[in-house]
Design a protein around this ligand. Structure first.
Ligand SMILES: Cc1cc2nc3c(=O)[nH]c(=O)nc-3n(C[C@H](O)[C@H](O)[C@H](O)COP(=O)(O)OP(=O)(O)OC[C@H]3O[C@@H](n4cnc5c(N)ncnc54)[C@H](O)[C@@H]3O)c2cc1C
Length: 490
């Protein structure tokens, strides 16, 4: 028996492990495991599980034609494989390499020794051009290009055989959280391979027209950005599929410039994941060790207000409430949320990193931790950006459409006041039925002086010898493509 262990690769095309498993003579079983320890980890949330579950359901619809399905287990990976090894003569396990958090990294080390002990060969395949075992970036871009141009690994599903097997009760039926999988919540982006292709095609054929123009606006970006991020994060699409689709369309597209900007971001994606693959300690600590002495004492009331979208800064609060409700926010607004937390409220990035990880439907560990530290201004290698929440509001939501949608308590305010409600007179508060401190909070801190103070400390830190020393190390290890590219991804 060969087992294909699906992880963050929930698709049936361009899937090397599935291809290879089906190329042999052995019967093939398809397995997905919901692991209690993974679900208990602080970056996890049910919306991730729902996206995974419904992606698998869609795969199963197609697999049904071949009399097959992905068998879903609930249990720790080692327990599930112990059971499978007792029930079947397992000769090989096939999966993609996973760049995950500390927990999944340790689980994979444990499983490697488990398979070795059982004399089972574990075939792991490269994911999205991310290269395992690298010490630096020499030749990385070239190898990435080669990977992207390789033929798609499309499996011959007709080779699947009917398998007379049901997952035992203890590994699924007793899973009490199954009720969460009754229906996929319509407020999130729909899951699965077919939807992923639908989004990809509609972006290339139409939506990309306004890509760069609207990329920073919280409302219009929802339509004009590709919105491929959850499909790439959970593997409904591979980067290679997107890359090859792009190559087939870009030259004749009227939106060539926009598509080129999109492709640069797809490459950044792999760059960031590669970075985490090579130095995963920054899940917990500063990538640039020079910032270890930076003091940012926890202020629970600030944290609570930020997490709940009740800081008194409308654009910040609208963004937070939007991401809690829908799972999506564009890049600029994500950056602004983090800059507000870490620079204006002066809180450590660690205090917010799990909160947003849970709410982002597209949570990708490799991008998330690096971007969080970048926007907190503690990487040392990048320009420090402190986003002014009033300026962002006036520029990116000029008419206040987004704010009105997510903060109904402010909806009757005229647009000028919507960006700065603290400027309302008592009479205006009466007139617009919005009393500051009652219907909507007064600003939690005064932003201009907070921004100034943060900038002073962070710019002084950048000059410290230990920060500069670490910069050199980081650039050598992680940035083979030009520093200009790294700056642009900020
Ligand atoms: C603090 C913070 C946390 C973030 N966390 C995540 C995360 O957990 N998962 C995630 O996928 N993205 C994350 N991003 C990056 C970016 O915001 C999202 O990828 C993007 O908004 C997704 O929307 P889209 O698919 O329409 O992007 P598009 O603009 O259409 O880009 C296409 C693809 O390129 C990749 N991409 C885009 N921008 C970036 C970037 N700056 N860095 C790396 N890859 C990029 C994504 O895979 C995206 O789907 C984060 C950004 C910040 C500032």
């Amino acid at each position: 028996m060969h087992i294909v262990w699906f992880k963050k690769d929930l698709r049936l095309r361009d899937h090397a492990p599935l291809c290879e498993a089906l190329a042999g003579e052995e019967q093939v079983m398809l397995v997905y495991i919901f692991e209690p320890s993974v679900q208990a980890y602080p970056d996890y949330s049910w919306r991730h599980a729902q996206f995974q579950y419904f992606s698998i359901q869609e795969m199963n619809k197609e697999l049904e034609k071949h009399g097959a399905k992905v068998h879903i287990f609930y249990g720790e990976a080692q327990d599930v494989f112990t059971y499978l090894c007792e029930a079947f003569e397992v000769k090989g396990v096939f999966s993609h390499q996973e760049t995950g958090n500390k927990l999944t990294y340790d689980r994979d080390k444990l499983m490697a020794s488990f398979f070795k002990q059982k004399d089972i060969s574990w075939h792991e395949y490269q994911t999205n051009g991310v290269q395992r075992g690298r010490q630096d970036r020499k030749g990385w871009s070239e190898a990435w290009q080669d990977y992207m141009q390789m033929p798609l690994q499309n499996p011959d599903l007709s080779k699947l055989q009917v398998l007379d097997f049901e997952v035992p009760v203890d590994f699924w039926a007793t899973y009490t959280h199954q009720k969460k999988f009754k229906e996929y919540p319509s407020k999130y982006q729909p899951a699965g391979e077919a939807k992923a292709w639908q989004y990809l095609k509609s972006f290339f054929s139409k939506r990309a027209q306004g890509y760069m123009k609207h990329i920073s606006e919280p409302e219009a970006s929802r339509q004009h950005c590709s919105r491929l991020s959850p499909y790439l994060a959970w593997g409904n699409l591979s980067s290679r599929q997107v890359y090859q689709y792009y190559r087939s369309k870009v030259e004749k597209s009227p939106y060539k410039r926009n598509l080129e900007a999109f492709m640069a971001r797809l490459c950044w994606r792999c760059h960031f994941v590669q970075k985490f693959e090579m130095e995963d300690r920054y899940e917990f600590e500063h990538l640039n060790r020079g910032y270890a002495t930076l003091e940012q004492p926890l202020h629970l009331a600030y944290l609570e207000a930020w997490r709940a979208g009740k800081t008194g800064y409308p654009i910040v609060d609208a963004c937070m409430r939007c991401v809690i409700a829908t799972g999506y926010l564009n890049f600029r607004m994500r950056a602004m949320l983090v800059s507000f937390l870490t620079q204006i409220l002066w809180q450590p990035w660690q205090s917010g990193v799990h909160h947003l990880a849970k709410y982002f439907l597209d949570y990708e560990v490799g991008i998330h931790y690096c971007q969080f530290q970048m926007q907190a201004g503690v990487l040392g290698t990048n320009i420090i950006r402190t986003y002014n929440p009033v300026k962002q509001s006036q520029e990116q939501d000029a008419q206040g459409v987004f704010i009105r949608q997510w903060l109904p308590e402010l909806s009757s305010l005229p647009t000028a006041l919507l960006h700065e409600p603290w400027k309302m007179t008592v009479m205006e508060q009466e007139m617009y039925h919005c009393k500051l401190g009652t219907n909507y909070p007064a600003p939690i801190v005064e932003y201009k002086s907070a921004m100034k103070k943060a900038a002073e400390i962070l710019w002084a830190y950048r000059k410290l010898p230990e920060v500069l020393e670490e910069n050199k190390r980081i650039l050598y290890k992680h940035v083979q493509f030009s520093i200009k590219d790294e700056q642009e991804a900020n």
